[in-house]
Design a protein around this ligand. Structure first.
Ligand code: PMP
Length: 391
């Protein structure tokens, strides 16, 4: 039987990973600046994470949520401590889409309203409500189209204010990424996020921060929203939470936690997933991962911005994007083919960097050298002049 071709990108078969590196079945080593799409938080196969999962697997992997699972409380306590929000309640599930699905549903249970505000170029997942709030027509099936979702222009304070002035009492929730990921690393401004907070307070709407890609330490603070000094009512998270082990969650503020019990899922919060997620938080604390994301991220941002021809270098921490002009359109493919470096992509011409949050300076330099060399090579090729190595 032939497997459905899920990702017909290339035929590289990754069989091993360690830290910021992965290897294919031929033994070729790649620097992973994509982090498996922002999933790798503490590094591939971190030994503490492996050990914790192995130990748990030998005891028990799963038992139903109908009984008490102390590991869930341990995870909740640790997450409260590391995120600085220890009065929030945790609901555990299995993916980012499921987290947003439940966040939106909980918001509606909470205030009884239906109207969701999302933003242009948003991505919140592929399940029913999550995809309805996603501004990507190619993945929205006719059955997911709904008048309950309005898309407003991202970062447009006027449009948001006006919409709320007119329809404020009908609005159930605003869902926003602190930095849009799939949309192309678009950073929400601090004042925009503060306005979201204010209008939600004023009109009784729920502020949902989708931290699935931009959260969990990726921007150098635990939640990207922390940098705008706002507190969301619900934070959704997934990707980095398990470092590759599937787990998602929403963290719910005390004001709306009462209807938490309306949510449920069979596999969410299973023993094995909790063990993986606890291991991630332990390593984050012990190895100062957030500080590293901040410092290495700043270093990368500053250095990339110095490279001529790359445009609009932007982002925070280890969530970085830049535009590639048409004369360098082979850049991403060449980084993979010639330099064995994985990067991410967003339409139409954005390279996205989402490496392990433990990426060290040596590997950041390795990437920067390859990037400088490749930009120089492509430019000189176009102009038919010999490439100088240090341009
Ligand atoms: N929200 C955001 C911001 C995302 O980037 C993604 C995944 N790319 C999702 C939600 C959906 O997560 P998952 O694929 O785990 O369902």
């Amino acid at each position: 039987m032939k497997l459905f071709d899920v990702y017909p990108i290339n035929d590289i078969n990754i069989v091993k990973g360690l830290g910021s590196y992965v290897w294919d079945d031929k033994g070729i080593e790649y620097l992973d600046m994509y982090g498996g799409h922002a999933v790798i938080s503490i590094g591939h196969t971190h030994p503490h994470w492996v050990k914790k999962i192995e130990d748990q697997l030998e005891k028990i992997a799963f038992y139903s949520n109908s009984i008490k699972i102390p590991l869930q409380q341990e995870l909740a306590d640790k997450l409260g401590k590391v995120s600085g929000k220890n009065n929030y309640q945790l609901f555990l599930c299995n993916s980012g889409a499921e987290a947003n699905e439940n966040a939106l549903k909980l918001a509606s249970f909470h205030n009884g309203r239906k109207k969701i505000i999302a933003f242009t170029k948003s991505f919140h997942g592929r399940t029913s409500l999550a995809v309805s709030a996603t501004d990507n027509p190619s993945i929205v099936a006719p059955v997911n189209e709904t008048e309950n979702v309005a898309f407003l222009p991202f970062n447009d304070e006027d449009a948001l204010k006006k919409y709320f002035e007119k329809n404020g009492n009908e609005i159930c929730a605003v869902i926003v990424e602190g930095i849009q990921g799939v949309g192309g690393i678009r950073v929400a401004s601090k004042t925009f996020l503060q306005l979201v907070r204010n209008v939600c307070n004023q009109y009784g709407a729920v502020f949902i921060a989708d931290e699935v890609q931009c959260g969990y330490g990726r921007t150098g603070t635990f939640y990207s929203q922390d940098q705008a000094d706002v507190e969301a009512d619900i934070y959704s998270m997934a990707k980095g939470m398990g470092n590759g082990f599937p787990i998602g969650a929403i963290s719910i503020s005390p004001a709306i936690a009462a209807k938490h019990f309306m949510l449920g899922t069979t596999f969410g919060g299973n023993h094995l997933a909790c063990a993986a997620a606890i291991a991630v938080l332990e390593v984050m604390e012990k190895e100062n991962i957030l500080k590293n994301a901040d410092e290495t991220g700043n270093y990368l941002l500053n250095e990339i911005a110095k490279i001529p021809s790359l445009e609009n270098v932007r982002g925070k921490g280890l969530m970085i994007g830049f535009d590639v002009p048409s004369e360098l359109q082979e850049l991403r493919a060449n980084l993979l083919k010639r330099h064995k470096i994985f990067t991410g992509y967003a339409k139409p011409n954005v390279i996205r960097l989402l490496p392990s949050l433990a990426l060290d300076k040596k590997d950041a330099d390795k990437f920067l050298n390859a990037l400088r060399e490749e930009v120089n090579f492509l430019l000189s090729e176009k102009q038919n002049i010999p490439a100088s190595v240090n341009a």
